[in-house]
Design a protein around this ligand. Sequence first.
Ligand code: AMP
Length: 420
Amino acid sequence: MSQPKVTRPKGTQDLLPPESERRRSVEGVARSVAARYGFREIITPTFEHADVFVKASGETSDIVLKEMYQFRDRAERELVLRPEGTPGVVRAVLENRLAVPARLYYLGSYFRYGRPQKGRQREFGQVGVEALGEASGWTDAELIAFGVDFFSELGITDCRVLLTSIGCRECRPAYREQLVGYLSVRRPELCPDCLVRLERNPMRVFDCKVETCKVAVADAPKPRSGLCNSCEEHFGVVRQALDSRGLAYEIDDRLVRGLDYYSRTTFEYTSSRLGAQDSLGGGGRYDYLFEEFGGPPTPAAGLAIGLERTMLASPPTPEPARRRLAFVVWFSEAELEHAVKLADRLRAAGIPTRLDFDALGFEKKFKHQVKAADSQGASACVIIGPDELAHGVYSVKNLETGEQTQVPANVISEHLRATL
Ligand code: AMP
């Protein structure tokens, strides 16, 4: 085939069948697990005012600084293709005065201008859940359990849960001072980005992938070392709730996550099947985000899971050679109208059905249709010829076995439903 004149933008992907179907089935699992935990869907715009993310995700986060698809519309509004879900959800809940507590989930496309690689695209899918107005550490543990349930339903068995607490408004200032003190003497080892982070949000240095920065923070005081009593207590409840569910987790004190709005609990799911981008998803508590948007104090926690990485980590589902599809095949134009009516009857009975109209233009009409049915992966041909019409039957050819049987016309739907 010749090279097409137009191609997809870098970092995006085309999902063709059967991958597109696999993706929808993963989304179906996400929906059903979310519903089981009492989440209802929220659908928010794909683009928002830039402020929504600058305020929430944080002026110092990589997402805001380097990865946003930001543009000005024709009326000079600063807009952003959403890089993540939570800020839009909180904005929508406040703007529409949705009563809180509320449990919401979302599914959609998100956009980040990063360097594309395996498991990292510029447009990617996420499912996220948000427990708004819930303060307890038991909620944090239940959110973690939601993700584990979702992964295990998809057969992902190697998922690890990493967990820590990064403190609250009360304890963070003192910890921050301690960390800045520690890192200030190591300035020469820090990358230019981390020097900025040191001023604006020093905890983010833990997230840096630059080797010298990694060394510089290796022995730095970790956020959990500075927790106040109430954060300690909250973290204790999260751990107790996970233990009581029998849910395994590992404490990872360097897990600060890439977004500014988190407080207290943060967690991440990883899979060894993913390579360098090994995070399947993550989340945490964000007790101050509502206030950040001018709303009332509202405790909340949530998580987001990447759908492409989930698919990468899932065991492959072998594609069956044949799919649930019947082809109605006619001998000559005399049976065509009958064939179309039968196809509609089968469709009404829920059986995916096709016809090959283009066979009309060929001399060997019957052969053309059977070939088409075969190449489309149909499992059966329902054949109508003069003999069948005369006897009130259809011939059903099983394309897998080649076997052919006659089925009374009045029970054809039931027959196909039972055999396809
Ligand atoms: P985050 O919002 O950064 O916590 O990301 C949550 C999850 O979304 C990650 O664990 C990934 O599974 C997925 N994700 C984030 N960024 C990308 C990306 N650029 N490409 C594909 N998946 C991503």
